[in-house]
Design a protein around this ligand. Structure first.
Ligand code: 5AD
Ligand code: SF4
Length: 457
């Protein structure tokens, strides 16, 4: 992949990547790390130590936009490290804001060197080459992707877990959402390519694969023979991988075949993120979600029948334009009824260029905040109640590392994707637990985590 690059400048160049937003961005960052390291660059933990900073950005909500501009602006005050091979720290902006704003970012922020989009990760080395060697400031974004980032080298954050994108882009055009405009039309990756990559992860000792896409359930509609997502799950399960997860699912495309896989594939983990967005049919219609709340509830009933104890999580937007007290009550009731293990709640954020940005939006901010706070209470109660069911059980936990707060505590994930803390075994071999699936008996169940002990400890 080094092609015509003047690679000397990359050798020992210290890079730092700051990633915002979704799992797709996290995955793209792993590919960027892979490309940079294959050219000889080295990762560093802080901006201060770096010669190159790459921002992987998100513009789904306004807060992320504002934060990015603040962070990039503050880079001016961070001096370049002594002995750096570059004359100024190179700053690159990629991801969704890079795609949306392109050249404008270079015009507005005179210390930014490179802007790239969501569809041309592979161009980053040559853009950086021009910045480093020729002091050129370049923005490159393309409308359509020509390749999947999975064709690029990678440095995975965890050796035992891999993200595996199966689709990119989105065709749904929910009226509040900017993603279809910055990630482009939905495109499925060839079936065989996905399966081969999954096989290579199994051979490399990976324990958990997460299939990724803005809407994984519509996988394959643009491919010859129209393979279905349920077939993909089956094929990935056959590789023998220990744990499969997938995100995100759109309720309108979640088929009975996929639901059935939760009953029949032992390595498909009992956890599903199924964004509802709202509990009111009027709001769902205005959001262009294309399902009714009755249909959503029916899906959940079928999921619970196929897989009792499944951990369901969701996304909810509070304060969509025109949301009435009655609409909100429907959402509140939905969250109360569903027994979610986790709910990601968002206050509606107006995104220019989306249909919702033109809708009448006159609910006072204080009313929306009050609804949001009320919803959070029921979300937390739901998560707490969900976790109580694990008390006294022994769960296989994939150990991810040490707890950030206490070095003597290991932390990992249950099959239901709940965080589990467990005291590290006595002696010095605690690090050997990392990346393994170990049985943990659960003695404590809190809102956001479980605590337990190793069965044989
Ligand atoms: N305002 C608030 N939340 C949004 N989301 C997407 N667009 C917006 C917006 N304009 C939320 C949705 C989506 C999640 C990733 O972000 O709930 O599922
Ligand atoms: Fe956005 Fe809707 Fe597509 Fe999800 S399905 S990325 S919310 S447009």
């Amino acid at each position: 992949m080094s092609g015509n690059l003047r690679t000397d400048q990359f050798f020992n160049l210290k890079y730092h990547i700051k990633t915002f937003g979704c799992q797709m961005n996290k995955h793209d960052s792993e590919r960027i790390a892979g490309m940079l390291e294959s050219l000889g660059a080295l990762p560093v933990e802080t901006i201060e130590e770096s010669d190159l900073v790459v921002f992987m950005t998100c513009c789904v909500r306004e807060a992320a936009d504002i934060r990015l501009i603040g962070q990039v602006s503050s880079m001016k005050n961070i001096p370049l490290r002594k002995g750096s091979p570059v004359s100024k720290r190179i700053i690159a902006i990629g991801g969704c804001i890079g795609q949306r704003d392109g050249q404008k970012l270079l015009d507005d922020l005179d210390h930014v060197d490179v802007v790239f989009g969501t569809n041309n990760l592979a161009s980053l080395p040559s853009l950086l080459d021009s910045a480093i060697n020729d002091h050129e400031r370049l923005a490159e974004t393309v409308e359509e992707s020509t390749m999947f980032p999975t064709e690029l080298p990678t440095v995975r954050e965890h050796q035992w877990a891999a993200w595996l994108p199966i689709t990119i882009g989105c065709n749904n055009f929910c009226t509040y959402c900017i993603v279809p405009y910055v990630r482009g039309r939905e495109k499925s990756r060839p079936f065989e390519d996905v399966v081969k990559e999954a096989q290579s992860y199994v051979a490399a000792g990976v324990k958990e694969i997460t299939l990724l896409g803005q809407n994984v359930n519509s996988y394959g509609r643009d491919l010859y023979g129209k393979p279905r997502f349920a077939d993909m799950l089956e094929a990935v399960a056959e590789t023998g991988i220990e744990r499969i997860r997938f995100a995100t699912s759109h309720p309108k495309d979640l088929t009975d075949e996929v639901i059935e896989k939760f009953a029949t594939l032992p390595n498909l983990m009992p956890a599903l993120h199924l964004p509802a967005q709202a509990g009111s049919n009027r709001v769902l219609k205005a959001m262009h979600r294309v399902y009714t709340i009755e249909h959503y509830r029916e899906l959940v009933a079928k999921l619970r029948e196929a897989c009792p104890g499944i951990a369901l999580s969701t996304d909810i937007i509070v304060g969509f334009p025109g949301e009435t007290e009655e609409d909100f009550e429907d959402t509140y009731q939905l969250v109360k009824d569903m027994g979610y293990s986790q709910v990601f709640t968002f206050i509606y954020s107006k995104r220019e260029g989306t249909p919702a940005a033109k809708m009448v939006d006159n609910t006072p901010r204080s009313v929306i905040q009050e609804r949001f706070d009320r919803l959070r209470e029921v979300v937390e109660k739901g998560a707490y109640d969900y976790n109580q069911a694990s008390l006294g059980k022994t769960l296989p936990v994939l150990i991810e590392g040490y707890s950030k707060k206490e070095q003597s505590i290991l932390t990992g994930r249950s099959p239901e994707n709940i965080t589990v803390h467990v005291a590290a075994p006595e002696g010095s071999n605690a690090h050997e637990c990392v990346g393994k699936i170990l049985d943990v008996s659960i003695d404590e169940a809190k809102t956001w985590y479980l605590r337990g002990h190793f069965d044989n400890a």
